[in-house]
Design a protein around this ligand. Structure first.
Ligand code: GLN
Length: 478
């Protein structure tokens, strides 16, 4: 893996164009079936990348600053709109769709000098935890080719881990940035809800969806977040909050930081090697002068059912726009309009997406709304309040990111409940709207990556990133 500083130095010593070409070559050699078969990319945006690289080279030749990401090769999860490449959301129903505009997050990266290499594989409409739900085929974990990379942003995590891109964008609705980051041994950040614009994101569950970065280290994550954050007139849910310089905030030491340890995250089902790695991390934080505080988040056990009621309800509504009329696929053999709608959706959506549309439509229907949807909204408040209470007693929370190390393809695909439980430690933060991140904290004896989760209060990214940096630095010493 390469850092932003290393990539910038290379783009300056040589050219951004040469650096982009080297990345395209690496992708050509290793991402496809004739290489390692990682399959992290669904499309390359060569023309756009080389035009941007030429722009950066021109500015740098004149001695001008081309931005904090000048010449840095990045790539984008295929749920974000970007001109110059198709957008599929990992679904057949969007085959052939070319977005006519850029997502705000994409536009901001390019404005900061980044070179956009292409679009990354993901679970269909970001629904999944293993990337096995992509209509275009699964992604392999570069750290262990016989394992899944996690999901739904599996391509985004894998592309950084394999060194194809220096940083990538993913999205996280219930864990899809943090869990694949943990599985692939990279850093992944879930910004506070509202911190980063969702404009141009193909919606899954709008009250939960967030856009965030994958990077090789914590300092790069701070750089990306500083570029991405900020209110956007095109997204009414983006927050009117001043954007801090998250990189500058990293300089402050963690001494005296109150680190909450939520007991509910250390129960049954946690892999013993992961438990040991998290305990080592907590000891390391204590050794650096952090105060460890025991915390209880009593509604944690309701987070998975609550998430799956709300996320599916929102998905059933959001996905109604895919009807064969406006975007992508249209079934050709229908005599009537309603048959065309039905056939397009029948042919275009995969099994998991259909399952969720059915579940969500059910819980929103007149007879069941109060029992399921409204009840889940109420429980969501209780889950959120647990965190608000906790953050009166601690500055950050530190917990396992995943209950198990990366699993093998096929292990959970036929058992949706087992797959949903892969998110047991990630969905509560999603429901509460707080920020979170996964930081590598060691490996299992078989060499599989382990991630630790750091969670911070709403708009508490600076403190969260500082704790993340301390954790990263203790790995270097181990
Ligand atoms: N794995 C979870 C799901 O399938 C989370 C997905 C996500 O965060 N996009 O819904």
């Amino acid at each position: 893996m390469q850092t932003i500083a290393e990539a910038r130095a290379q783009a300056q010593a040589g050219t951004a164009t040469a650096l982009a070409e080297r990345h395209f070559q690496l992708i050509a050699e290793q991402d496809g079936p004739d290489g390692l078969g990682i399959h992290s990319f669904l499309a390359l945006s060569r023309e756009r990348a080389l035009a941007q690289a030429a722009r950066v080279d021109e500015l740098q030749a004149k001695g001008q600053n081309a931005g904090p990401l000048a010449g840095v090769p990045v790539a984008i999860k295929d749920v974000l709109a970007m001109t110059g490449a198709p957008a599929t959301a990992g679904s057949k129903i969007l085959a052939g769709y070319q977005p006519p505009y850029d997502a705000t997050a994409v536009r901001k990266l390019e404005a900061a000098g980044a070179v956009l290499l292409g679009k990354l594989n993901c679970d269909e409409f970001a629904m999944g935890s293993s990337n096995e739900n992509s209509a275009y085929g699964p992604v392999r974990n570069p750290r262990a080719l016989d394992r899944v990379p996690g999901g739904s942003s599996g391509g985004s995590a894998a592309a950084v881990a394999a060194g194809f891109a220096v940083a990538t964008l993913g999205t996280d609705t219930g864990g899809s940035i943090r869990q694949p980051a943990a599985f692939c041994g990279v850093v992944g950040v879930l910004p506070t809800y509202g911190r980063v614009s969702r404009f141009g994101l193909i919606a899954f569950a709008s009250s939960l969806d967030r856009v965030g970065p994958f990077t090789a280290n914590v300092s790069d994550a701070a750089t990306l977040l500083t570029v991405l954050a900020g209110q956007d007139p095109l997204d009414a849910t983006s927050a009117d909050r001043p954007v801090e310089d998250f990189s500058a905030a990293l300089a402050r030491p963690v001494e005296g930081l109150r680190v909450g340890v939520p007991e509910e995250y250390f129960g049954e089902g946690l892999d013993p090697e992961i438990r040991a790695a998290i305990e080592r991390t907590l000891d390391g934080l204590r050794a650096r002068g952090c105060e460890l505080v025991k915390i209880s988040l009593p509604h944690t056990r309701y987070a998975i059912p609550t998430y799956y009621v709300l996320a599916t309800a929102e998905a059933s509504s959001n996905l109604s726009r895919f009807d064969g009329v406006r975007f992508g696929l249209r079934s050709s053999e229908s005599q009537t309009l309603s048959a065309m709608f039905r056939r397009t959706r029948e042919e275009g959506f995969g099994a998991e997406v259909k399952r969720r549309i059915l579940l969500g439509t059910y819980s929103l229907s007149a007879g069941y709304y109060d029992a399921y949807y409204r009840k889940a909204q109420q429980v969501r408040m209780l889950v959120a309040r647990d965190f608000l209470d906790a953050f009166t007693r601690c500055d950050v929370l530190v917990a396992p990111m995943t209950p198990t190390p990366p699993f093998k393809p096929g292990e959970k695909v036929d058992d949706p409940m087992a797959m949903y439980l892969a998110d047991i430690y990630s969905v509560a933060a999603s429901l509460a709207g707080i920020c979170g991140m996964s930081v590598p904290c060691g490996e299992t004896k078989d060499g599989l990556p382990i991630g630790v989760q750091v969670m911070g209060p709403h708009f508490g990214e600076s403190t969260m990133l500082r704790a993340g940096l301390a954790i990263e630095q203790m790995q270097e010493k181990m």
